[in-house]
Design a binder for this molecule. Structure first.
Ligand code: 13P
Length: 265
């Protein structure tokens, strides 16, 4: 069974003081679910060191929000994947829609970043998703397939092994508007079918998480389908209680699925 994961994307938020307070409370509140749900925190680059120290031996992983497409050299303002690996990162987000839209990262850029993360022995969390206009035009899967294909063409299916895919419809990010549980389940299923068609077994083995206005109040609904292997959480990851309640909703879903499997024998 795929182990569910909850990833906090703090985006460009936080301070030394607020990070400390947030994490101390969050770590205490997440303790009951740590065995069932994997958790990763992606702070802004300057706080990686602080967060790494606070996470200590809790078993919660450190992640970064992006990595350079270049391995090293004259790239002022960029941070390389090997630096992130050295800082203790296990996960790195690549292709977040804010990077694609606001910083013009193309599918090829995203593929190059993905490759760097892989070569530094970390796990990329590849973000994909359509805009509202694309959804309304029935282009959802065409867009997602194009985004996935760029990475597959660059690194091959073998390069995808063990990575995480985050389905984040652009229109649901930071808007308070979520995809319906049916839209989420349907899109995750379609992504699995696409991967399965690329290579037998790939669809079944990769974790696909959902992101976009996940809150404590809607998490149980959004995570209802076993197609959903967890969440990538923005705003709600800046509040310890909200984030841990989302973790609880995911842990409950896992427990329910397991007991259903046990009953079926
Ligand atoms: P929100 O949870 O704030 O909508 O952000 C989602 C996201 O972009 C996570 O990467």
């Amino acid at each position: 069974m795929r182990k569910p994961i909850l990833v906090a994307n703090w985006k460009m938020n936080g301070s030394l003081h607020s990070n400390q307070a947030l994490l101390v409370r969050m770590l205490a509140k997440l303790r009951p679910f740590r065995k069932t749900v994997e958790v990763a925190i992606c702070p802004p680059f300057p706080y990686l060191f602080q967060v790494r120290d606070l996470l200590g031996y809790t078993g919660i992983s450190l992640g970064a929000q992006n990595a350079s497409r270049a391995p090293s050299g004259a790239h002022t303002g960029e941070v390389s994947a090997t630096m992130l690996q050295e800082m203790g990162c296990r996960y790195v987000l690549v292709g977040h829609s804010e990077r694609r839209a606001l910083y013009h990262e193309s599918d090829n850029d995203v593929a190059a970043r993905f490759r760097q993360v892989r070569s530094a022995n970390m796990t990329p969390i590849l973000c994909v998703g359509e805009t509202l206009e694309e959804r309304e035009q029935g282009q959802t899967m065409a867009v997602i397939e194009r985004q996935l294909r760029a990475v597959i063409d660059d690194i091959g299916m073998a390069g995808l092994t063990g990575c995480i895919i985050a389905y984040e419809p652009v229109w649901a990010i930071g808007t308070g508007r979520t995809a319906t549980p049916e839209q989420v389940a349907e899109t995750h299923w379609a992504i699995r079918q696409f991967l399965e068609n690329c290579e037998a077994g790939a669809g079944e083995s990769l974790r696909i998480v959902y992101g976009g206005s996940v809150k404590a109040g809607n998490a149980a609904d959004l995570f209802r389908s076993p197609e959903v292997d967890g969440g990538l959480i923005g705003e709600a990851s800046l509040q310890a209680d909200e984030f841990s309640d989302i973790g609880a909703a995911l842990a409950n879903r896992v427990a329910e699925t397991e007991s259903a499997c046990d009953t079926l024998g």
